[in-house]
Write a protein that binds this ligand. Structure first.
Ligand SMILES: Nc1ncnc2c1ncn2[C@@H]1O[C@H](COP(=O)(O)OP(=O)(O)OP(=O)(O)O)[C@@H](O)[C@H]1O
Ligand SMILES: [Mg+2]
Length: 263
């Protein structure tokens, strides 16, 4: 069999099984090694938590996956396709989304307008400043996403007037625009009250099954409820992987985590 046919075949087989494959990924910033030899696979539809102390390399891992800061070495495959050399927008086209540790919302727009713009932004139709009509499909999608993130009551509020928790919920709606297949959430629960955390976990749990995600999370309780698998990072490397229960009960993890004041 020719090499290209073998490649095509393995791509097809991989496409069904893995949303993400990282192979020996590293990222250097000058002399600093922020990521070292990361090998990680995430199944399509899988929900994974990434834990680790400040500076462990969690956000850098996301940047390597999205291409915001491409890996220094190693390969990144999305749904079986090697995207290492593709720009960010090409990865978005393939169903990858992310939220940021710092909010990037349009403060002066209403909740529904923010979602609507995100839906229009990823649609293939030409951008238009005309007010949407009732038959505008992006408008219907925006209303559906509004409900999916429990923001019906805040529909016409300006973003600047939302609580911190509501802003995080809105960010999830924006990540859901288009046809996401893998979403990277960077500490969506940071700064939330216990009630807001519960709501966030409910929203994540009720996402459609085919949408997988990786959630960076400091709060072990949120990670245990929102994820079926856990990757623990330390000093730019993967320190442990397992089910939430395995990770929670692992003596080395406990030592590392408690020693750093988490948990
Ligand atoms: N753009 C950059 N330029 C230089 N150094 C960077 C850059 N981004 C990250 N780093 C460094 O890489 C290391 C890993 O940072 P990273 O932001 O990935 O950590 P993190 O696990 O997300 O931490 P936190 O929990 O604080 O968000 C840190 O030492 C950080 O200072
Ligand atoms: Mg970070």
């Amino acid at each position: 069999m020719s090499t290209s046919r073998t490649d095509a075949l393995s791509r097809l087989q991989g496409a069904g099984r893995f949303a993400l494959e990282l192979e020996a990924v590293s990222r250097h910033f000058g002399a600093l090694v922020a990521l070292a030899d990361i090998n990680l696979t995430v199944r399509a539809g899988e929900r994974r938590a990434v834990l680790g102390s400040n500076g462990a390399g969690k956000t850098t891992l996301f940047n390597a996956i999205t291409g915001d800061y491409p890996p220094t070495t190693g390969r990144v495959r999305l749904f079986g396709e090697d995207v290492t050399d593709l720009p960010v927008h090409e990865r978005i086209r393939r169903g990858l989304r992310r939220t940021y540790q710092i909010s990037l919302l349009f403060d002066g727009l209403s909740v529904i307008d923010n979602i609507y713009l995100a839906c229009r932004g990823v649609s293939r139709r030409r951008f238009s400043l005309k007010r949407p009509g009732r038959d505008d499909s992006a408008f219907h999608t925006a209303e559906t996403l509004l409900s999916a993130v429990h923001l019906d009551d805040a529909r016409d509020m300006l973003v600047a007037a939302l609580s911190h928790g509501q802003q995080r919920q809105l960010e999830i709606a924006l990540a859901l625009a288009g046809a996401p297949r893998l979403i990277l959430f960077d500490e969506p629960a940071a700064g939330l009250s216990p009630t807001e955390r519960t709501e966030l976990v409910e929203i994540l749990q009720s996402l459609p099954d085919h949408i997988g995600y990786i959630i960076i999370e400091h709060d072990m309780d949120v990670a245990l409820r929102a994820a079926e698998s856990v990757t623990m990072m330390h000093n730019g490397r993967i320190f442990k992987e397992g089910t939430p229960e395995e990770i929670e009960n692992d003596p080395e993890v406990q030592e590392l985590y408690l020693g750093q004041g988490h948990g």
